[in-house]
Write a protein of this length. Structure first.
Length: 137
């Protein structure tokens, strides 16, 4: 009977460990405040990822994202929609680095993602092109 219980727990353990290792693969970036008082973060979007994909910024301090995409013809965008927190980004990204300014006003974790898709295929978010903007004290 004990052995059966163990067998039931095993798949759960496997799921837990695989989600922990996925977490460890986050490309974390903690923004620092430049001498002009702005937190600048360079972001690159490609197939199908953002680099970095976990960005930590301070609340109530202006942020400037400088966003570009990798070479290639696949269109990408970036969406972070949390207007209550002063964040409302919706931008088609190009190879030219484009600045996006905002000041996050509320601590929290906000999803960022690309919702482009080709015909009826999965959208890029479903293919892994997503990340987290984390606003901290
Ligand atoms: Cu995309």
């Amino acid at each position: 009977m004990k052995k059966i219980k163990y067998l039931m727990v095993l798949p759960l353990l496997l799921v837990l460990t695989s989600s922990i290792s996925a977490e460890a693969e986050d490309k974390l970036y903690r923004a620092s405040i430049d001498s002009d008082g702005i937190q600048r973060v360079e972001i690159v979007g490609g197939e199908y990822y953002y680099e970095p994909d976990h960005i930590i910024v301070k609340v109530n301090v202006p942020v400037e994202f400088i966003i570009r995409k990798t070479a290639g013809f696949t269109p990408h965008n970036i969406l972070i929609q949390a207007p209550d927190a002063g964040i409302d980004i919706s931008l088609d990204i190009t190879k030219d680095p484009t600045p996006v300014k905002f000041t996050p006003s509320k601590v929290g974790k906000y999803p960022m993602y690309c919702d482009k898709r080709f015909l009826f295929f999965k959208n890029h978010r479903e293919k892994g092109m997503e990340g987290i903007l984390e606003v901290v004290e």
